[in-house]
Design a protein around this ligand. Structure first.
Ligand SMILES: Nc1nc2c(ncn2[C@@H]2O[C@H](COP(=O)(O)O)[C@@H](O)[C@H]2O)c(=O)[nH]1
Ligand SMILES: [Mn+2]
Length: 827
């Protein structure tokens, strides 16, 4: 007996379908709901083809992939930006992908790799629980793994195929030309849709810098030829496979099911989702009716994010449009159709591509790229003097250029990590064993005369890891096999080296080409000076200026195009602070910084004083009317000028890294900005400085009283901070507050960084309460996001840090002036 509510109109549709000519059997699942031509959530066996029962989204399905990135390492806010790569068209090689999947190389390449609209989505999920490890043996998935669930179909290809048989309401004979033609095109669309889901997942995984493995691929809109007839599945998952995903909604758990094969009347099918409770049109008054409700459409109760610029779609696809997936699952279980082996928690749901220009503008703003640029490349060198050559490149190379991938980006400095791999140190891969699946497919070699005439393309899959390499470069299958195997080895090496490189980054030396030998302190000083100049010009009203905070991101470039010899221009670095091309816009003057390497000789030149130079750091020799004289950097008193400028910069939006970042993140940013340190050294040094300052730090007024009052009311207290644990303890001990706190966690304690939920979970575990019993008090959105991600019961923003009320109030339940006001808040 089903407990899930089924709409009467769906039952009527089911009844009508069961009475169609040639229909011998129908099965319906608890996600059943009315569709355009027939009920969604049903499987129908007939002796002829009914294209309407499938509709235009032929091959739509759910594919689940495991990422090799644990959830605890995920920065949700960063991932949310990265996954927006799916807003863009895919720039891969459709011909090679289609050919590798045995499809014609020109089969609808245009929409490949994209999700489409409706309720199609790509969702980043966390494997929340696993109920039966034995049933998952071989999948190598574990609790805490990140997964991608992709729901998409054959896009406009399916529409075109359906368009050819739109009027065939009485069914098509399988032996007729039109029937055979439709079924062949339909089968291609089903394979195309499955490939498309894989490409979408690969794009998302690549943006997140992870590899991925397919766990389950279950189409739910398709026709299959079976011995006893043509099996039509409409919104019913193909279940004659080991694992089938059951989608919930963006604000509910999804499940991974193991189908049971003992109910033949289920027609080897299963529910594929929770099914609609309300149709799209009737959602208008049911979601997004108030402002806070609308804001809530892009957040989930799991602390997840929804990325979808289409407000209408957000409402039509609101979680309350769907039935309760848990109830659907219960019905499947009690009907002995399937068993759930894993629950999947939604973290990030990406829906529907948006306006391309908007997407491009946002991508440039966030410095993102479209995913088409290679993240790594393996170059094989042969010949003499290889060590001499490689030694000049190994390290971090600064590349000064306009990026071809970020056409609108002002930045001219890009960094590439270069390391060498010794050929004699290849990973152990046994290329001769059954660990490899080698498939051939039709493909022409270069030149194209032999296009599609021989099975010359080769696809090699390394079964234990799922790594794949393809070659269609050569005309001969034999040579393509060699190339594909070489590429497979290269993929192994890259995978291994990428993870080694992460470990190595601690010791990484920074080489740059050309080298910019500015100490970190000076570089920061220049950036702070920019802010000072910007505010001075604005305050004086000298010019119409538009200050832009750009802490740590000045674009330094060589002074080129001025007729200077290369060696001179290569030892000069300039950045325009104020001017037509500056960070602060002004059309009348240019103010910039010029740094010259020690010993640079600038050729004699003279002109009227439309340019004036002041030496602000270091020492310069000038020639005035033939007589040399020295000038020190005495124009500005370094400490008096820059220390207040640093302070102001640190308090401004530009200083949010200092306020919310941990020592490692600050060190990373400074190294990227030119600090000549190893990551580990700079992090240790910053920790040392911060701890030393903490001994003398004083609590805010009223904090001691608030702490005592909260303790008296039975609260237990903890500190979760992006400082190091040692710095927090130094502060608590220095202020005699230490005995009052049951728990202390810093960025280095092992609970992960903010806004990940680990710190709140750690506190909840330490004091033995659920996270819903925890109130998080924080001074920036990272704190509040962490609280949401952990499912904390209450979030309280305070204004004593770097964030203003308008930044905190959209996220926090309450905003107080200071934590001292907690006394009044918890009377
Ligand atoms: N995990 C998510 N599941 C979702 C989301 N939106 C819808 N759904 C589920 O997917 C199926 C798809 O149904 P179909 O008939 O269009 O194939 C639906 O029944 C819902 O249960 C989401 O954002 N995340
Ligand atoms: Mn679907």
């Amino acid at each position: 007996m089903l407990t899930t509510w089924i709409e009467g109109a769906a039952e009527e549709q089911l009844d009508l379908v069961s009475r169609l000519a040639g229909v011998s059997h129908v099965a319906a699942f608890p996600d059943l709901h009315p569709g355009k031509y027939g009920p969604v959530g049903s499987a129908i066996l007939a002796d002829r083809i009914y294209p309407q029962l499938i509709g235009n989204d032929i091959g739509c399905g759910m594919s689940l992939f495991a990422l090799d990135l644990p959830a605890r390492k995920l920065r949700l806010d960063k991932a949310a930006q990265k996954i927006r790569v799916l807003e863009e068209p895919w720039h891969g090689d459709p011909g090679a992908c289609l050919a590798a999947d045995g499809l014609p190389t020109d089969l609808h390449p245009v929409a490949l790799g994209t999700i489409g609209g409706g309720n199609h989505f790509c969702e980043l999920q966390e494997l929340d629980s696993l109920s039966d490890d034995c049933l998952l043996a071989g999948t190598d998935i574990r609790k805490g793994d990140l997964m991608l669930l992709v729901h998409s179909g054959s896009r406009s290809l399916g529409m075109a195929v359906f368009g050819t048989v739109l009027e065939s309401f009485s069914g098509l004979d399988l032996d007729s030309t039109v029937g055979r033609t439709y079924l062949a095109a339909h089968n291609d669309a089903v394979r195309w849709a499955s490939l498309n889901r894989r490409l979408i997942a690969e794009r998302a995984a690549r943006a997140l810098r992870s590899d991925l493995r397919l766990v389950a691929d279950a189409p739910h809109n398709l026709i299959e030829e079976h011995d006893d007839g043509l099996l039509h599945r409409k919104g019913a998952a193909k279940a004659d496979m080991p694992l089938v995903p059951l989608a919930g909604s963006r604000d509910a758990l999804s499940y991974l099911l193991v189908p049971k094969a003992n109910r033949p009347e289920a027609l080897a099918s299963l529910a594929h989702g929770s099914g609609r409770k309300y149709d799209r049109r009737s959602m208008a008054g049911r979601a997004g009716t108030t402002r806070s409700d609308r804001d809530g459409l892009i957040r989930t109760s799991f602390g997840g994010h929804v990325i979808c610029e289409d407000r209408q779609l957000l409402i039509e696809e609101a979680p309350n449009a769907y039935k309760d997936p848990n109830q659907v699952l219960d019905d499947l279980r009690t009907s002995d159709l399937a068993q759930s082996v894993a629950t999947l928690k939604p973290l990030l749901t990406f829906k529907k591509a948006v306006n391309r220009e908007l997407a491009a503008a946002r991508r440039d703003k966030h410095g993102g790229c479209d995913g088409a640029d290679p993240s790594s490349a393996l170059v094989t060198l042969s010949g003499n003097q290889i060590p001499e050559f490689t030694n000049t490149w190994i390290g971090t190379v600064q590349w000064i250029c306009k990026s071809p991938f970020r056409a609108h980006h002002r930045r001219q400095n890009w960094y590439v990590g270069v390391f060498s791999i010794d050929n004699s140190d290849l990973p152990e891969i046994d290329l001769e064993t059954s660990a490899l699946r080698i498939e051939t497919f039709r493909s022409g070699g270069p030149g194209g005369q032999h296009q599609n005439t021989t099975d010359s393309g080769v696809r090699v899959t390394h079964l234990p890891t799922g790594l794949v390499a393809v070659s269609t470069d050569e005309r001969s299958q034999h040579r393509n096999r060699r190339v594909a195997l070489d590429r497979l080895v290269a993929r192994f090496i890259l995978k291994r080296e990428e993870s080694l490189a992460r470990d190595r980054s601690a010791q990484n030396q920074l080489h740059r080409r050309p080298q910019m030998r500015l100490a970190a302190k000076e570089r920061l000083a220049y950036d702070a000076l920019l802010l000072a100049i910007a505010s001075a010009f604005s305050a004086e009203g000298l010019h119409e200026t538009t200050p832009v905070h750009c802490f740590g991101s000045l674009d330094w470039e060589h002074w080129q195009g001025t007729g200077l010899a290369d060696d001179v221009s290569n030892s000069l670095y300039t950045t325009e602070l104020l001017g037509p091309d500056g960070h602060v816009r002004d059309n009348e003057v240019r103010v910039g910084l010029l740094v010259s390497e020690a010993g640079t000789d600038y050729p004699p030149s003279s002109h009227a004083a439309e340019e004036t130079y002041f030496v602000i750091a270091g020492k310069a020799e000038w020639v005035l009317e033939g007589a040399p004289y020295g000038q020190d950097g005495t124009l500005l008193d370094f400490d008096a000028t820059w220390t207040p400028a640093y302070e102001e910069a640190a308090r401004s939006e530009a200083g949010s890294l200092l306020a919310a970042g941990n020592s490692e993140e600050i060190a990373e940013a400074w190294i990227a900005g030119g600090a000549d340190f190893g990551l580990a050294d700079l992090t240790t040094e910053l920790d040392r400085i911060f701890v030393s300052k903490m001994h003398d730090a004083a609590p805010l007024p009223g904090i001691r009283e608030a702490v005592d009052a909260l303790l008296a009311r039975g609260f237990r207290l903890g500190v979760a901070s992006s400082d190091s644990e040692a710095a927090i303890r130094a502060f608590l001990e220095g202020t005699n507050l230490a005995p009052k706190f049951d728990f202390v966690t810093g960025y280095d304690t092992g609970h992960g960084p903010k806004p990940e939920p680990g710190m709140v979970h750690g506190f909840a575990d330490a004091i033995g309460v659920p996270t819903s019993g925890i109130a998080v008090i924080g001074d920036n959105t990272h704190d509040i996001e962490m609280a949401h991600a952990a499912g904390a019961g209450l979030t309280i923003g305070v204004l004593t840090g770097t964030s203003a009320r308008q930044e905190l109030s959209p996220h926090a339940d309450v905003v107080l002036e200071s934590a001292a006001d907690l006394i009044g808040f918890f009377p």
